[in-house]
Structures are given as C-alpha cells and as structure tokens.
Ligand binder design. Structure first.
Ligand SMILES: [Zn+2]
Length: 254
C-alpha cells in the first residue's frame, strides 16, 4: 500500500486531502519546494476516486503515483474511505491517526475547514481530530480495520498543523513562493490524464486543458501578488506568528 516509501524515517511534512489531485492543486508546489530542500514529504489521500465521472480508481492510483514522482514525494497512500462520503467517524479518525503514528510528521497540511465540497471541509476536521487522537497513549485501534501492530506504534502528535486555503475564498495568513516550481506543479496535476486531458466524456462538466491552466495560473498569480512574488500557494495557521528580528519580516508594506 505504501507506494514510493523509501525509508522508515519520519516525514517532515504530511499533506492530507480528500481526493487524489487535491494536494496537487492546493499545495503541490510547497511540497516540491520542501523536497528540494531535503525534507521528506508525504501525501495521504483519504479516498481512491471511484466516484469520478472520468476514469477508474485504478487509473487514478497510477496517475497519483506519477504525480508524486513529479513532486518528489517520499511516501503516498490512499485510504479506503468512500469517495463522496468522507465522514468524520471514530473509525475514520483511527485510520488517519494510524498513519500519523506510522509516519510521525512534524508538520501536517490539512484542507481549510470551509468549502463547497463536503469531502474537503470534512477532511479538515477529520484530519485535525485524528492528529489529536494520535497523541493519546491509551488509544484503542480495535474499532478500525488497521493492522494489529497499530496499537504498538508509539503516540505521536504533529508539532504544526497548517491549512491549505486555495479552494476557499479566505485571506491566508501566509503564502509560499512557488515561482520557480509553478510549471512542475502544473505537470503534476496534468499527470491525472483521465481527469484533465481533453476528451469527450463529461466535457460539459470539465473545462478544457487550456482553461484549467489559465485558472490555475490566475490563482497562483493572485496569491503571489499578496506575497510580492510571481506565483504562490496560500495557507492559514490558527496560531499567531512569532518574530525574532523585525528587520527580517518579509513582504513589503508600502
Ligand atoms: Zn477534491
């Protein structure tokens, strides 16, 4: 199941999202940037994409693996939560908590907790509560279909949780400059050929590839502008920022 797993070292950053291709759209450039800096990154997709109008879950698995290679992700896995029915149940929280104990990420990226698609905002709360559960020493995994060794994994809670806000119109608390990585991130998204290549099936529902590129570029430009760079990805943190040296705070005021 853990395709692309190259070692047992903890992940530095784990991005959790409802659907395969969500991470590519909301924070793929940031993951690639971190990988280029030597960080171990990972992606947990909660569903396998079996409800998609185009392609099968198997197509999407292959495409997700290809996208992960482009983004230089060290670890990627998809859970078996039903697509279109991501629910914040105890069993689902345990499944995610198990991954958090296994991969021991320092930073977790979750979707923002509001949005149009119920799977997206539910994944946010589910992910947050799973991070909390994963730190409870006496957590009992027997209610979930995770392997028996799960109980033996030591508790772990990520140090930092941030929210990828691209799918929702909310002012981010910070953006990550992906100017140098924009093209590669776009290629990672285009690895989902069953979804994004121009084709007959569902063409009233899906925009043409040129239109997708224009939209993605406009969003990255907008958030880039907020950070004084060309392209960026938006994030929100609940905590306040902590500053050591006022002369080093980035982003021009005036
Ligand atoms: Zn999605």
């Amino acid at each position: 199941m853990s395709a692309l797993s190259t070692s047992d070292a903890p992940l530095d950053i784990l991005a959790i999202a409802a659907h395969r291709d969500d991470v590519e759209q909301t924070c793929g450039g940031t993951l690639l940037k971190m990988a280029q800096r030597g960080r171990r990154t990972g992606i947990l997709d909660l569903t396998q994409g079996e409800m998609g109008t185009r392609g099968t879950a198997e197509d999407r698995a292959r495409e997700a693996e290809e996208a992960a290679k482009i983004l230089r992700v060290s670890w990627r896995q998809a859970l078996d939560i039903p697509d279109g029915r991501v629910e914040n149940t105890f069993e689902n929280r345990l499944k995610v908590a198990h991954v958090i104990r296994e991969q021991r990420p320092r930073v977790v990226i979750l979707p923002y907790w509001k949005g149009r698609h119920p799977d997206h905002y539910t994944a946010s709360t589910l992910g947050y509560e799973a991070c909390f559960l994963a730190g409870l020493a006496k957590l009992d995994f027997s209610a979930a279909s995770v392997d028996a060794g799960a109980t033996k994994l030591p508790p772990h809670r990520p140090f930092k949780i941030i929210y990828a806000t691209l799918y929702y119109d909310v002012r981010p608390t910070f953006v990550v400059d992906i100017t140098e990585l924009f093209e590669t991130r776009f290629q990672a998204l285009m690895a989902y050929k069953s979804q994004f290549s121009d084709q007959e099936a569902g063409k009233d529902l899906f925009p043409a590839q040129a239109e997708i590129r224009a939209r993605i570029e406009a969003m990255a430009r907008f958030y880039g502008l907020l950070g004084g760079v060309t392209y960026a990805e938006p994030f929100l943190q609940k905590e306040v920022g902590l500053v050591e040296d006022l002369t080093l705070i980035p982003v021009k005021s005036i």
